[in-house]
Ligand binder design. Structure first.
Ligand code: ATR
Length: 275
């Protein structure tokens, strides 16, 4: 459920996964207008849907219509996955766990690491809490609007006791923290098609051997990632987060491991065809 939702790649990956595992399930995208969210949620229960994914602009507002919200989703303040267990609708957030899994699969363990997050919106929030749970030791947040970065930092301090450093998006000011970070993550929408020349760090400024992650996945290699790769960094595309948040949701609905290779194949196939 989202609005708009027509271009979502989730039906593709989940239907491929259901086919590969023999699950008698079908995944459909439903555009749900903001004023109709409560009715749509009631419909999930009344019609016996097994579950749902929730995307922009409903991830926060949906919480009040659910029977229960898992602690991780409650702390993030956003739900992207619903499980209907027969008598109650339970909200989960697989964005953060999917993000950590994509890092682990790529070979990066956040434990004890120094991380710089660019952006302070909903995606940054899910990523930041997941990184704290994964025991990163230092977190810095840089954002165009400093007040929003401070709000996220305060929330991390309140809920996890971590005190992040906060910066504006000024590359001169970011120079030192950028050079010291083990992992740099773009959570802003800068660089997303069609504005592919945009990047949160036009000057590059990455350090060789650093890990660089872009949540933007269209194009697969953004300008941000291209600059990092050319500097000798390890780069990860947001497509892997999309894949693993989907894999985690699949497991919540079916109780079994997701056929990740099948999902990955259709996902990369669809994105390559578009580009
Ligand atoms: P999402 O749920 O995808 O994270 P969001 O909550 O709207 O979306 O957050 C968008 C993030 O991208 C914010 O950090 C936003 O910065 P502000 O807090 O200053 O709004 C950032 N962002 C969006 N457009 C931007 C731009 N043109 N330049 C810099 N940052 C931008």
């Amino acid at each position: 459920m989202g609005y708009p939702v027509e271009h979502s790649l989730s039906p593709l990956i989940h239907n491929a996964a259901f086919g590969a595992t023999g699950e008698n399930l079908l995944y459909l995208a439903f555009p749900v207008r903001p004023g109709e969210l409560s009715t749509a949620v009631a419909g999930l229960k009344a019609l016996g849907f097994k579950g749902a994914n929730v995307t922009v602009p409903h991830k926060e507002k949906i919480i009040k219509y659910l029977d229960r919200v898992e602690p991780i989703a409650a702390r993030i303040g956003a739900v992207n996955t619903i499980v209907n267990n027969g008598n109650e609708l339970v909200g989960y957030n697989t964005d953060g766990t999917g993000f950590i899994r994509s890092l682990n699969e790529a070979g990066f363990n956040p434990s004890g690491k120094n991380v710089l997050i660019l952006g302070a919106g909903g995606a940054a929030r899910a990523v930041a809490f997941a990184l704290v749970d994964a025991k990163c030791t230092k977190l810095s947040i840089a954002n165009r609007t400093l007040a929003n970065a401070m709000k996220l930092a305060d929330s991390l301090t309140d809920k996890c006791g971590l005190i992040p450093e906060v910066y504006s998006m000024d590359e001169k000011e970011l120079h030192l923290v950028l050079s010291e970070a083990d992992l740099v993550i773009n959570t802003t929408s800068l660089g997303m098609w069609p504005k592919v020349e945009d990047t949160p760090l036009p000057g590059g400024g990455f350090k060789k051997g650093q890990w660089v992650y872009d949540l933007v996945y269209n194009p697969i290699e953004t300008k941000f990632l291209k600059q990092a790769r050319e500097r000798g960094c390890y780069v990860i595309s947001g497509l892997s987060m999309l894949l693993y948040q989907g894999a985690e949701a699949f497991t919540l609905w079916t109780g079994q491991d997701a056929p990740v290779e099948v999902m990955e194949k259709v996902l990369y196939g669809a994105v390559n065809k578009k580009n």
